[in-house]
Write a protein that binds this ligand. Structure first.
Ligand code: SF4
Length: 379
């Protein structure tokens, strides 16, 4: 097994496409949300929507960690770097997320702040050990997939007694975000975003397993199919969702069996719960303040918590009025609905977070869909 080629086989993709067209009843519409930015990217990159009939539509969800990071959290990181003169390190995409005052971490770096790009949580701790006379803060973001590595470095910092290291924690939780979407007026009352089911996250589910989604299936009567990130994974998941809808079933099914189990990675879950606990509330870009949707560092690791080491006041900041990221992250709008898409806002000059990461709906659409849009408009 080569793990990639066989999941990109064109002949199998056409076969799956024919099955979807055959089984999607012409008399009804199907609308599924791909929660994860990885799926959004895969769908755009491999032209999955071109293989679907017109009555099967995919809606982007909020599962891109860079996209959902609210401006206020980036402002705090900039404040730490500019005013407290710490070495602030984080992943590459985060550096370009627009913040208040026309700033971003990258622009703050140009103003003299010591901000560095790292490739892993382990790099952050290495940086602290190499610079014992500087305070090093890791601006940690991400869903359940990137939380265990942050837990590992926090435990290692404590065990090694690295006193100049701390973490500004922004780790968020998938199930809480899905509940928020299902409870939103657009989905529940107005029917503006009719959702027939979810393509569930791949990597996140390798950590948390499929069990947490069983609640959505039973309580909200929404089918969930956990899927891998290759085009055949996504097509097969869509077919599985259509079959559930046609049968009147609302179950959790696992297409990504080569990686995901029902119980998930128990060792990683244990590690995470040793280091982190639930935050009462956390602001998400697009979703607003969502209760119990993120993690904070436990008291036992308080010495490594940047939010306790410095007096950081979080302030909610409104998004740029012209940017439709919030509506896109809730499935209400499409990237091309935004007036700034592809003109003022491009991956080189992002005005909103959805244009920053390749997993963001706007960036994915800009990279792989914008020429098709103009062809469709011309025809
Ligand atoms: S195109 Fe840019 S400004 Fe418009 S919604 Fe997307 S990220 Fe925001």
């Amino acid at each position: 097994m080569k793990y990639i080629d066989e999941f990109r086989d064109g002949a199998v993709a056409r076969e799956l496409s024919r099955a979807i067209c055959r089984e999607a009843g012409a008399e009804r519409h199907y609308q599924f949300m791909e929660f994860c930015g990885g799926h959004t990217h895969a769908i755009s990159r491999h032209g999955v929507t071109d293989l679907l009939p017109r009555n099967v539509r995919m809606v982007h969800g909020p599962g891109c960690p860079v996209c959902v990071l609210p401006i206020g959290r980036v402002d705090i990181a900039i404040q730490l770097a500019l005013k407290e003169h710490v070495v602030l390190c984080t992943y590459g995409d985060v550096l370009r997320v627009p913040a208040s005052g026309n700033l971003s971490l990258l622009k703050a770096k140009a103003l003299g702040a010591d901000i560095r790009m790292i490739y892993s949580a382990a790099d952050a701790l290495t940086l602290a050990r190499e610079n014992p006379d500087r305070q090093v803060v890791f601006f940690a973001i991400g869903f359940e997939t990137t939380t265990p590595p942050t837990a590992v470095v926090l435990r290692e910092a404590r065990d090694l007694g690295v006193g100049n290291f701390s973490v500004l924690c922004n780790h968020v939780l998938t199930p809480a975000a899905i509940v928020n979407i299902l409870e939103s007026p657009e989905v529940r009352e107005l029917g503006t975003v009719p959702l027939d089911g979810f393509v569930g996250p791949a990597h996140v589910s390798s950590i948390i397993g499929t069990e947490p989604y069983e609640f959505f299936a039973s309580e909200y009567r929404k089918p969930v199919v956990i899927a891998g990130f290759e085009p055949l994974d996504v097509l097969q998941a869509i077919l599985m969702l259509i079959r559930q809808v046609n049968d009147g079933r609302a179950e959790v099914e696992n297409q990504f069996t080569r990686v995901v189990t029902r119980e998930g990675n128990v060792a990683a879950q244990t590690l995470v719960s040793e280091v982190f606990e639930l935050r009462r509330s956390f602001e998400w870009r697009g979703l607003g303040v969502v209760p119990y949707s993120a993690l904070r560092i436990r008291d036992t690791f308080a010495a490594y918590d940047a939010e306790r080491r410095w007096p950081l006041a979080y302030q909610q900041v409104r998004d740029n009025k012209a940017c439709d990221c919030g509506a896109i992250l809730r499935g209400l709008k499409h990237p091309t609905d935004c007036k700034l898409f592809g003109t003022v806002c491009t991956p080189e000059t992002p005005m909103g977070s959805c244009m920053v990461s390749s997993e963001g709906a706007c960036a994915a659409h800009y990279s792989y869909g914008r020429f098709r849009d103009s062809r469709e408009l011309a025809s």
